[in-house]
Design a protein around this ligand. Structure first.
Ligand code: BG6
Length: 436
């Protein structure tokens, strides 16, 4: 089987219009991804932003940000103030100039979310062709109601099969691997239930703070910024029933069911020490009840998960950057060669910075007849392998180009996770945040 890039793909022409071309996402994630993808596709990039730049100015700006668009990519710049209702009218002319009328087009919404609705409306009116797709980043609203409103606005202008809702955690290698790991190893899948599993824990810790995004973050907090999307997405892959087939609709259907059956148990909220100082400096606000850390306990009402404890933990300004999934098995049944001190079996799926998979087992301590020790069986991807692992955005853009929807979230999944988050927000609104 040849999984390499075919000549046909190499010649495929794609035009990508990035709305919000001077933002962090474009600079740090999108441009490096398109540079890599330009080895596979013939890419035209139209960078759209509010700044009154010429193409030369834009290139200079990129230089100051230490990125370049490689010379395989045809680059255009278009200035638009997204606050104006007709700011994208002339984009049509630029698209004509690129000669992309009949090519596949992807609009990448990388602007501040306050402009989403205006942009979507204008794009729908001025710049769609039959091959237009829209990639859109979170936040998809700030609660169930606003998420539905945004969806209505999207659906007025784009059909569902052309909307690709991005959760960049789904492009990460080991998150992507969860279903394969479960379903291609019968010994795992046949013990993948509360009879054997005591606890599921997902941890995403960061060793930096809000970093200049206070305007957005203070409205969101850790629960909406991380749990509503990334952590619940990972959890849905862990709890879902095996899909009927590997097509995206079957997988997404099971994910929705898993999300629907989640039940809130408890929540702890924390906030890092300098948060209020940073908030005041950036926004002038003095008070806030926003959390930068959460430890959330959930339970699943799915019969096979009854009794398994589920913990989701995430926070900023913690001691290290680390993301992992821990599946902790029950100690029982174990009759011989085990005692109270025997450690449980544990499967650890590391998401970042490492992408290892560890399995913790008990063995006879070397040279001793009775003592038992816990050892780690490690699947470690070598350095070479890791450096070849495509970044999450590269994976997702390629999947969008290839029309594979499995790694994108559906509105149904979004609505289920917002329902849960709205309920938790309501129930815990008076909880105090502890300072760390
Ligand atoms: C984003 C959040 O979705 O994910 C950020 O808005 C967070 O607050 C980031 O820092 C984490 O992504 P990663 O890939 O660095 O773990």
């Amino acid at each position: 089987m040849n999984l390499g890039v075919t000549d046909l793909e190499k010649n495929r022409e794609i035009t990508v219009i990035i709305l919000g071309a001077t933002g962090d996402l474009t600079i740090k994630k999108l441009i490096p991804s398109f540079n890599k993808l330009s080895k596979e596709f013939r890419i035209t990039l139209v960078a759209v932003s509010r700044r009154d730049y010429t193409l030369k100015d834009y290139k200079n700006y990129l230089k100051t940000e230490k990125v370049t668009v490689n010379n395989k990519i045809k680059l255009f710049y278009f200035q638009a103030n997204f606050r104006d209702e007709d700011s994208l009218q002339d984009l049509k002319k630029v698209l004509k100039k690129t000669g992309s009328d009949k090519q596949e087009r992807i609009f990448y919404l990388a602007s501040s979310p306050e402009f989403y609705k205006g942009i979507i409306k204008q794009l729908g009116d001025c710049c769609k062709n039959i091959n237009t797709k829209l990639m859109i980043e979170k936040p998809f609203g700030h609660d169930l109601k606003s998420s539905k409103k945004l969806d209505m606005c999207l659906k007025k202008k784009f059909s569902e099969e052309n909307i690709f809702r991005v959760d960049h955690y789904l492009g990460k290698e080991t998150v992507n691997n969860i279903l394969t790991l479960r379903l291609s190893n019968p010994f795992l899948e046949s013990t993948w239930n509360s009879k054997f599993i005591e606890e599921i824990k997902i941890t995403v810790s960061e060793d930096y703070g809000v970093e200049g995004r206070m305007e957005y973050y203070d409205e969101a907090g850790a629960l909406k910024d991380m749990v509503q999307n990334h952590l619940l997405q990972i959890l849905s892959f862990l709890l879902m029933n095996p899909p009927k087939s590997t097509d995206s609709a079957s997988i997404q259907k099971e994910k929705v069911k898993a999300l629907k059956k989640l039940r809130f148990v408890s929540l702890k909220k924390g906030r890092y020490k300098n948060y209020l100082k940073e908030l005041k400096k950036e926004t002038g606000k003095k008070e806030s009840s926003t959390e930068t850390y959460v430890l959330l306990q959930l339970a699943s009402k799915i019969f096979k998960w009854r009794g398994t404890k589920i913990f989701l933990e995430t926070g900023k300004n913690l001691s290290k950057k680390d993301a992992r999934i821990e599946i902790i098995y029950k100690k029982k049944p174990c009759y011989l060669y085990c005692d109270l001190n025997t450690n449980p079996n544990k499967l650890v799926i590391k998401i970042q910075p490492k992408q290892d998979i560890d399995f913790h087992l008990n063995t006879r301590k070397h040279g001793s007849s009775l003592e038992i020790e816990n050892v780690k069986m490690k699947f470690r991807k070598g350095k070479k392998f890791i450096s070849n692992t495509p970044g999450a955005y590269e994976v997702l853009i390629r999947e969008c180009i290839n029309n594979n929807r499995t790694l994108f979230i559906t509105q149904k999944e979004l609505e289920q996770s917002w329902k849960l988050i709205d309920l938790i927000t309501q129930k815990t609104k008076d909880y105090k945040v502890f300072i760390y």
